[in-house]
Design a protein around this ligand. Structure first.
Ligand SMILES: NC(=O)c1ccc[n+]([C@@H]2O[C@H](COP(=O)([O-])OP(=O)(O)OC[C@H]3O[C@@H](n4cnc5c(N)ncnc54)[C@H](O)[C@@H]3O)[C@@H](O)[C@H]2O)c1
Length: 500
C-alpha cells in the first residue's frame, strides 16, 4: 500500500521565505562487437552519439587516472581530456533547471543534508550532475554509479570526478563493469552510506544481497523508476524492506512532467537523430497509452504521423480513441507500420514473431521498461545478421534481405540517443532532493519500513519552484474561498486521489 506521510514533509527550517505554495519549513558491417564497447566515445552531448567506436580502447578500470588536484577515488572514461567540456555541459543544464537551482540557493546555508552519505545510482548526464552537485552543496557526501550502461555522458562524469566527487561510470560499461562500479560506490573504506537514491532498484538490490548489514545506518531510500518501485513493494510485501522508502515515480510532478512532457520531446529527438526520419505520413504504433505512451503519441501525431495505439486497459484504450488514435492489436498493424514504439513497462511486448513480420526498414525502439519490452534476445540468432550503422543503431537483416532498424538495442531510446530536456529533469531532481531531505530529517517514527508517496504539499512546492520561469502568477485563495473549499490557504490544494 502506498502511504502518505501524515506529518508535514519538512521540518527542515532552512530559513526560506514563506510563500503561499511552499511547504512549511522549506519554507534515462557485422555485429561482432563486444558489449563493453557498444557505445560511442563521444558522450559529452548526445548530439554526437554517432561518433566513432572505441572498441579497441582499454577499459577505464585498467587505467590510473587522477584529477588536477590529485583526487583518485573515481573511475571514468578519460578525466583529463573531457572534464572541461563536461563542466560546460553542466553549466548549460543549470540555466534550464530553475527549480533545483532555486532549492540549492535557498538551502545552501542551512545544509539540510549535512553529514548525509548518499549512494546514488541514476543516469549520469548534465542534468543529474546538477542534482548531484546540489546534494553536495546541501551538505551531503555522495558516491555515484550509473543505472544504465549506455546513458552516461562521459565528459560529465569526468567533470564530476574533477570536482572531487567519487563517480564510477562510463558509457558502454559491460554488465560486469556495471556491478563493479556500483559495488565501489556502496563499499568504500571509511564511508558508510545512510541514504540511497536509486533509479531501477539496483543499488538497493546489491546492498541488500551483498551488504545487508549496511542497512542498519540507512535512513531511507528514494526510488525514481517504476521498476524500482515495484521491487520496493515486493520487498515490503515479503518483509524484506527494513527502512522507509519514498516512491518519487508516482509523485505528480514526476509522473506528469517526466513521463509525459519529457517523452513528447524525446521521442521525436531520438528518432530524428538516429534515423533522420521524416515524420509526416509515417505509420507509427505506440504500445501502451500511459503517460509515456500519451506523450509519444501526441507529438508523433502533431508531426503528421498516423498513430496506432495498443492497450490492455479499456480506460487507456478509450482515452486513446478519444484522442483520435486507432486502438489496435500489434498483430493487426505489424506488417504495415514504419515505426514501433514500446511504452508499456511490460515484457516481451514486441516478440520475435512480430519482428519476423515487420516490413523492410521498420524502426523499432523502446521508451518504456529499460530492456524487457522488445525481445532482443530472440533476434540474437545465427541466421540474422547485425550491422551497426551508427552508434546505437543496428540493422538486423533476415536471410531474405529484409531488415529492421533497432535503436539502442531495445534499451531506453531517449536515454541512449537523445538529450534530456533539462527543465523536466529539474522538476524530477527537485522532487528527489526534497525526498532525500525529508527522509534524512524526519523525526523518528514518522516513517516506518514501508513505501511512501511524497506528500501533496511537496509536489506543489516543486511546481511552485518552477513557476517564476514562466512569469506565472498564482491566484491566492481568500479566507472565504478557502473555507468554502475546506482548504488551507497555503495548500495542499487537492486531495491525494486527485488526477491531474
Ligand atoms: N524513457 C524514459 O525515460 C522513461 C521515463 C518515464 C517512464 N519510463 C518507463 O515507461 C514505462 C511506461 O511508463 P508510464 O508512466 O506510461 O506507465 P503506465 O503504467 O502509466 O503506462 C503503461 C501502459 O501500458 C499498458 N500496457 C501494459 N502491458 C501492455 C501490453 N502488453 N500491450 C499494450 N499495452 C500494455 C498499461 O495498461 C498502461 O496503460 C515504464 O516502464 C516507465 O518506467 C520511461
Amino acid at each position: 500500500m502506498m502511504k502518505n506521510s501524515e506529518t508535514p514533509i519538512c521540518d527542515l527550517g532552512f530559513g526560506v521565505k514563506q510563500e503561499s505554495a511552499q511547504p512549511e519549513a522549506l519554507k534515462k558491417a557485422v555485429h561482432t562487437r563486444r558489449r563493453s564497447s557498444a557505445a560511442s566515445t563521444c558522450s559529452f552531448s548526445s548530439a554526437c552519439f554517432t561518433g566513432s567506436s572505441d572498441e579497441e580502447e582499454i577499459s577505464p578500470r585498467d587505467k590510473t587516472q587522477r584529477s588536477t588536484t590529485g583526487f583518485t577515488d573515481f573511475c571514468v572514461k578519460n578525466i583529463n581530456a573531457q572534464y572541461a567540456f563536461g563542466r560546460r555541459e553542466i553549466d548549460i543544464a543549470e540555466q534550464e533547471m530553475p527549480g533545483i537551482m532555486t532549492l540549492r540557493k535557498r538551502a545552501r546555508e542551512d545544509k539540510p543534508l549535512r553529514n548525509a552519505k548518499i549512494v546514488g545510482c541514476t543516469h549520469i548526464n548534465a542534468q543529474t550532475a546538477v542534482l548531484i552537485e546540489t546534494l553536495v552543496e546541501l551538505g551531503a557526501s555522495v558516491r555515484w554509479a550509473a543505472c544504465n550502461i549506455y546513458s552516461t555522458q562521459n565528459a560529465v562524469a569526468a567533470a564530476l570526478a574533477e570536482a572531487g566527487i567519487p563517480i564510477y561510470a562510463w558509457r558502454g560499461e559491460t554488465e560486469e563493469d556495471f556491478w563493479w562500479c556500483l559495488d565501489k560506490c556502496i563499499s568504500a573504506n571509511n564511508w558508510q552510506p545512510n541514504l540511497i537514491l536509486d533509479d531501477g532498484g539496483d543499488a538497493t538490490h546489491l546492498m541488500w544481497k551483498k551488504y545487508p548489514e549496511l542497512f542498519k545506518e540507512i535512513k531511507g531510500i528514494v526510488e525514481e523508476s517504476l521498476t524500482g518501485v515495484h521491487r520496493l513493494y515486493h520487498m515490503s510485501k515479503n518483509g524484506k524492506l527494513t527502512v522507509p522508502a519514498i516512491n518519487v515515480n508516482d509523485s505528480v510532478t514526476k509522473m506528469k512532467f517526466d513521463n509525459f512532457y519529457s517523452m513528447q520531446d524525446a521521442i521525436l529527438d531520438s528518432l530524428k537523430r538516429t534515423t533522420d526520419i521524416m515524420f509526416g505520413g509515417k505509420q507509427v504504433v505506440v504500445c501502451g497509452y500511459g503517460d509515456v505512451g500519451k506523450g509519444c503519441a501526441k507529438s508523433l501525431k502533431a508531426q503528421g504521423c498516423i498513430v496506432y495505439v495498443t492497450e490492455i486497459d479499456p480506460i487507456c484504450a478509450l482515452q486513446a480513441s478519444m484522442d483520435g488514435h486507432r486502438v489496435v492489436t500489434l498483430n493487426e498493424v505489424i506488417r504495415s507500420v514504419d515505426v514501433v514504439v514500446t511504452a508499456t513497462g511490460n515484457k516481451n511486448v514486441v516478440t520475435r514473431e512480430h519482428m519476423d513480420r515487420m516490413k523492410n526498414g521498420c524502426i523499432v525502439c523502446n521508451m518504456g521498461h529499460s530492456n524487457s519490452e522488445i525481445d532482443v534476445n530472440s533476434i540474437h540468432t545465427p541466421e540474422l545478421r547485425w550491422e551497426t550503422v551508427r552508434s546505437q543503431v543496428d540493422h538486423i537483416i533476415w536471410p531474405d534481405g529484409r531488415m529492421i532498424i533497432l535503436l539502442a538495442e531495445g534499451r531506453l531510446v531517449n536515454m541512449s540517443c537523445s538529450t534530456v530536456p533539462s527543465f523536466v529533469v529539474s522538476v524530477a531532481a527537485a522532487t528527489q532532493a526534497l525526498a532525500l531531505i525529508e527522509l534524512y530529517n524526519a523525526v523518528q517514527g514518522r516513517y516506518k519500513s514501508d513505501v511512501y508517496l511524497l506528500p501533496k504539499k511537496m509536489d506543489e512546492y516543486v511546481a511552485s519552484l518552477h513557476l517564476p520561469t514562466f512569469d506565472a502568477h498564482l491566484t491566492e485563495l481568500s479566507d472565504e474561498q478557502a473555507k468554502y473549499l475546506g482548504l488551507n490557504r497555503s495548500g495542499p490544494f487537492k486531495p491525494n486521489y486527485y488526477r491531474y
